[in-house]
Design a protein around this ligand. Structure first.
Ligand SMILES: [Zn+2]
Length: 509
């Protein structure tokens, strides 16, 4: 079996022989052989088209799970298919299903808001079937929730294409779920490095891992400040992981992704008190996305696009070595940064890598730089669960990047909201003290700070020197900051791997 899928996935384009299957899940389209039994249940149960039901088909003796979409209106999007599919699979497992067929929507839409309904139906099932890495490793008996998933559509050509697409996405999301969901010890920085080494062994991805403290001190001083407390414990020591994919033919564009990988965020000296620390092992989901996205890149091998991922893996620990507010640290860019709050560590751990990538971007074709992070509680509060936020700099905005990403995200079921960087975001981080250029953060939680999810993007531009690459500069560089605090999947939900679908659709497909 594929190590990065939750079970075997089988394409089925006939329901004639069901002898090796025990359950059929129906979301929207009812296969002709089941139409009588569906009519019977519909006439008997008024809630049949709005509730999940499970029953036996007397003709085939097979278990049926019906998870209808219900009534849809203007404010529903294609994710309704994934949600219905998750419910169907969950019910099938509760009923004892081990060999489950999922029936895809029969209509093949090539335009409109539901054109990715079949893809979302499959991805919803795979999301539900995911088993956390620690359970797979510790209790091998439980490493799969079912033995196999069949995916049914009457058109074999369409079926093959949508299953192939879904599995490519899912292998990336699976790796992102493993890295993002592992606990603070299982997915501490050195272990993330080992996981990624296995993930990309003998592939088209070049891997470089920095673990040498002297190199980190010299080249990544802001990252080093965060890592200082953790680095005294070998198994928590930070790693900077580079994943590079070079297009086989002459590259026309370059996508560079820098992810926040805070494997555990205690807040540091500004400790997260009062019960708000739990769940902070998910603060590495930006870097987890980068790892998962590179898995997708590795599988799909884009012909004309270079992709570089940087995973900034660090633990924000507390101890006698921990960095504190008021320290002034000279960033890789030369900017002198005054620490305001040690809980604003995400921007610190990415800014030097962003500075390094900014230099590299200048010599690559049509570069677009990204930071991706579960950066602020403010983002979560502003857009809620299930939505990522994009903030473009001038050159990215000029190309309409945010609008394009939003349009694609809405279509493929990985939605974005657009936020706009304003003058005030930069003013908020400008120091007024001689000898200090940038203030890292104020000392309120982001959720109590005006523009709390926008200003960190301005900080990263100032601290990395990207502010000198605007539309009027001699070397404009596109840069977008993505805050995924609302979309990455908080404990106890399964990590989502977002925004893999939207970024892939916008930049690779
Ligand atoms: Zn923090």
């Amino acid at each position: 079996m594929d190590n990065y899928l939750p079970c075997d996935v089988v394409e089925i384009n006939s329901l004639e022989n069901l002898s090796t299957w025990d359950t059929i899940c129906v979301i929207e389209s009812v296969p002709p052989i089941l139409s009588c039994v569906f009519e019977e249940h519909r006439s008997f149960d008024k809630a049949f088209d709005s509730e999940v039901t499970c029953f036996k088909d007397p003709k085939t003796n097979i278990r049926i799970v019906s998870a209808p979409l219900g009534e849809l209106d203007d404010f529903d999007d294609v994710r309704v298919y994934a949600r219905a599919s998750e419910k169907a699979i969950s019910r099938a497992i509760k009923a004892g299903g081990k060999a489950v067929i999922l029936v895809l929507p029969e209509a093949i839409n090539t335009s409109g808001r539901f054109q990715y309904s079949a893809l979302q139906t499959i991805l919803g099932a795979l999301h539900e079937l995911y088993v956390p890495i620690q359970l797979r490793e510790d209790v091998p008996d439980q490493k799969q929730r079912i033995e196999k998933l069949g995916v049914y559509h009457s058109n074999a050509g369409f079926l093959k294409k949508v299953v192939d697409d879904s599995l490519q996405f899912e292998r990336g999301r699976f790796a992102a779920r493993d890295i993002g969901g592992g606990d603070p010890e299982r997915m501490a920085p050195p272990k993330v490095a080992t996981y990624v080494e296995n993930l990309f062994a003998k592939t088209n991805i070049k891997l470089t891992i920095i673990s040498d403290l002297a190199v980190i001190q010299k080249d990544f001083p802001l990252f080093e400040a965060v890592n200082r407390a953790a680095s005294s414990v070998a198994r928590h020591n930070g790693r900077i992981i580079y994943l590079e994919y070079e297009a086989p033919q002459n590259a026309k564009k370059t996508v560079i992704l820098v992810g926040k990988g805070v494997c555990y965020d205690t807040g540091g000296a500004d400790i997260k008190a009062g019960g708000i620390m739990a769940g902070m092992s998910r603060d590495k989901c930006g870097a987890a996305f980068v790892g998962g996205f590179m898995k997708y890149v590795s599988e799909t091998a884009p012909q004309h696009t270079n992709v570089i991922g940087v995973m900034c893996m660090v633990r924000n620990s507390v101890g006698e070595e921990c960095y504190v507010a008021d320290e002034v640290v000279t960033a890789r860019s030369g900017a002198r940064v005054r620490v305001g709050n040690t809980d604003a560590e995400g921007r610190m751990c990415m800014a030097d890598a962003l500075c390094e990538m900014k230099q590299r971007a200048l010599s690559m074709p049509d570069s677009h730089l990204f930071t991706i992070a579960t950066l602020t509680g403010h983002a979560h509060l502003a857009v809620g669960v299930g939505y990522s936020i994009v903030m473009d700099n001038g050159p990215a905005r000029e190309q309409g990047h945010g609008n394009e990403l939003k349009k694609n995200g809405d279509l493929i079921g990985d939605p974005f909201e657009i936020s706009t960087l304003q003058r005030e975001d930069f003013s908020a981080h400008q120091s007024k003290i001689l000898g200090e250029d940038v203030i890292q953060a104020n000392n309120l939680p982001s959720s109590r700070t005006p523009r709390g999810h926008q200003t960190p993007a301005a900080f990263m531009m100032l601290a990395s020197g990207l502010d000198k690459h605007g539309t009027n500069s001699s070397n404009p560089l596109k840069y977008s900051h993505l805050d995924i605090a609302g979309s990455a999947g908080d404990h106890p939900d399964t990590p989502t791997g977002s925004p893999l679908l939207a970024i892939a659709k916008t930049h690779l497909i």
